[in-house]
Design a protein around this ligand. Structure first.
Ligand code: R5P
Length: 291
């Protein structure tokens, strides 16, 4: 097996490499003056099972193209198989046609990856898990909510209550609440398909004087979290811990969340970020060994 460190996920690839006791494949990478990516496999991948670790967080388009180049290049050089480990899979938010005429981006991305020689995708908390059933490539989706909650558990709570926004919220809460031995509920959200603005509502949730662990699969602009944190503060929450798997954090999202009243942010390292106190490397290694 060859483990190829994609430029988007060098640090995570190094962790996986040391856990597997497998050295990283030598790869020459540079950017041409016009910023196009150049790659050269500096060691043979012929007849090898190649694992490429490359997240597709921002800049998504660039990271996806790099993944395609690495995958098709490996196949062109005789690789037996390619597994793409994509800790954050981009474009999964556009998983359907919300408005007439829209492009269903995730389907296109998965088709492009297939055409580029990817045989299997290993990802973490894919935003729209229902795309797995219709994907042209087998996708293994790893849930990191459990390890996130295990880390949060160390933070001594008074009457912990787990909440999460959106339709996958209750499912995520159930997983985290089990680890934290906490009560849980869900926050209803409604997103405007034109503006992207989100409305939230806290219904039948009593969090007065409780420590709230607010989790989500991802934080992008932070809009959902800021609104949730404000609502929780008004409802009398004691401490608010924000946890997410994918900390995309566009436009100072973290600053906005903290200044809206959250006490702490905890994230995983699927996307390089300063709140990555929890590593998904162990989960990836476990799954790779099973493959
Ligand atoms: C929605 O379905 C997700 O779980 C997140 O709540 C959402 O993607 C977060 O986006 P933003 O940070 O831009 O509000």
């Amino acid at each position: 097996m060859k483990l190829v460190p994609g430029p988007a996920s060098i640090e995570l690839a190094s962790k996986v490499s040391s856990m597997l006791n497998l050295k990283l494949t030598e790869l020459e990478h540079k950017a041409f003056p016009d910023s196009e990516s150049y790659f050269r496999y500096a060691e043979s991948v012929k007849d090898e099972d190649v694992v490429i670790l490359q997240g597709t967080h921002p800049p998504q388009d660039k990271h996806i193209v790099q993944l395609c180049l690495l995958s098709s290049g490996a196949k062109d050089l005789g690789a037996k198989s390619v597994v793409a480990v994509v800790p954050y899979l981009a474009y999964a938010k556009q998983d359907r046609r919300f408005k007439e005429g829209e492009v269903v981006s995730i389907d296109t991305i998965l088709n492009i990856l297939k055409q580029s020689g990817v045989d299997r995708i290993l990802t973490v908390n894919v935003h729209a898990p229902w795309v797995i059933d219709r994907s042209p490539i087998p996708i293994e989706n790893i849930d990191a909510i459990g390890i996130l909650a295990t880390y949060i558990l160390k933070m001594n709570f008074k009457r912990p209550f787990v909440l999460a926004p959106g339709k996958k919220g209750e499912e995520m809460c159930a997983v985290a609440a089990k680890v934290l031995d906490a009560e849980y509920g869900a926050i209803k959200t409604r997103r405007d398909v034109n503006t992207g603005a989100v409305e939230i509502s806290l219904e039948n949730v009593n969090i007065e004087n409780k420590d709230v662990i607010l989790i989500d699969d991802m934080i992008s602009t932070g809009g959902t979290m800021v609104k949730s944190v404000r609502a929780l503060r008004s409802a009398g929450a004691r401490r608010i811990i924000v946890g997410c798997v994918h900390a995309i954090m566009i436009d100072n999202a973290d600053g906005k969340i903290l200044s809206s009243g959250a006490d702490t942010i905890v994230a995983t390292d699927t996307v390089p970020n300063k709140y990555a106190f929890v590593s998904v490397a162990g989960l990836l290694v476990e799954r790779l060994l099973r493959l």
